[in-house]
Every structure is written in C-alpha cells, then in structure tokens.
Design a protein. Structure first.
Length: 164
C-alpha cells in the first residue's frame, strides 16, 4: 500500500456580478450537450476522426463540455437554520484532452474532468478551480504537463471572463 502527498494549487476569482450572471458567463465557454445523446454518438462513432468531430461539436469556446452540474446549495436551502448558500459544482472537460493526459499518466483520469466551484459569499461570487498541473506535477511527465498547462490556461481564462 502506498500513500503520496502533493500540493494542489487553487486558482480563484471573485466577481461583483450576480451569481446567475457568473453562471451564464461560464456557460458561454462550456458546451452543454445532451449527455445521453452524446454518449450514444460517441459509442457509435466508427472512427477516431468521427469521434473527434463529435467532441468538437459538443464543446464550447473554452474547449470544454459540462458533464454534470451539482447544486450543492439545495441541501442548505432546505434547512431553515442553515445559511442559504448559492453554490454549484460544475464538472467539465474534454475527452480528447483527457485522452492526451491519460496516455502519458494513467492517474490523470482521477483528475479529469475538472471541477469548477461557484459560490456566493459576503464579498462576491467566488469561482475556483484546482489546477491540473498541480495534480500531475508529481508524475514528472513533460508531455502530460504540457497538455495540463494548456487546459489550465483555458479554464483560468474562462473563469476570469465569467467574473468580468
């Protein structure tokens, strides 16, 4: 049995915009395909080229698609004694980017797709992301780290644009 520790870098932005407007800003960069249909299309793709075309048609301009959205605040809003948070976790990614990282470092599959956390607080709407480079740095694989750096740039740019 092995246990490894490593440092995770969190990128965060605080926005003065309303929570809903920040989500709309994120949605501009993240494709939101019907995942049931997309899974069927991906499974039916007869070639990798056609698989790539399907993915390219599903991602947004940040080269990401939303796999899942979790409204974490729903449980808080049910409790009359809890602070009524607006907090959403978006799980987003791109199977083609994941493929490039996993081919080099199988453990990258533990971190992709990525999580974007959006929550309302007293000082604004926080948008945060744990960088892929920090997850993959311990593996010291140059090729995987280059893909991770590019992914981080895309996600961080999206977060900044959504906050503005």
């Amino acid at each position: 049995m092995a246990t490894n520790q490593f440092t995770v870098e969190k990128f965060s932005v605080v926005s003065a915009k309303p929570f809903e407007d920040v989500l709309i800003g994120l949605e501009r960069g993240i494709g939101r395909p019907n995942m049931n249909v997309l899974h069927d299309q991906m499974a039916a793709a007869p070639s990798f080229t056609e698989f790539q075309q399907i993915i390219h048609g599903a991602v947004g301009n940040a080269d990401l698609m939303e796999f899942l959205r979790l409204d974490l605040g729903s449980a808080l809003r049910k409790d009359p004694n809890a602070k009524a948070y607006k907090i959403v976790r978006i799980i987003a990614g791109n199977p083609l980017i994941m493929k490039q990282m996993v081919e080099e470092v199988a453990e990258a599959g533990s971190y992709a797709p990525v999580t974007i956390l959006v929550y309302e607080s007293y000082d604004g709407v926080h948008i945060s992301y744990d960088t892929m480079v920090s997850f993959l740095a311990p593996y010291e694989n140059r090729a995987a780290l280059e893909v991770a750096k590019d992914l981080d740039r895309k996600v961080m740019k999206l977060l900044v644009e959504a906050a503005e």
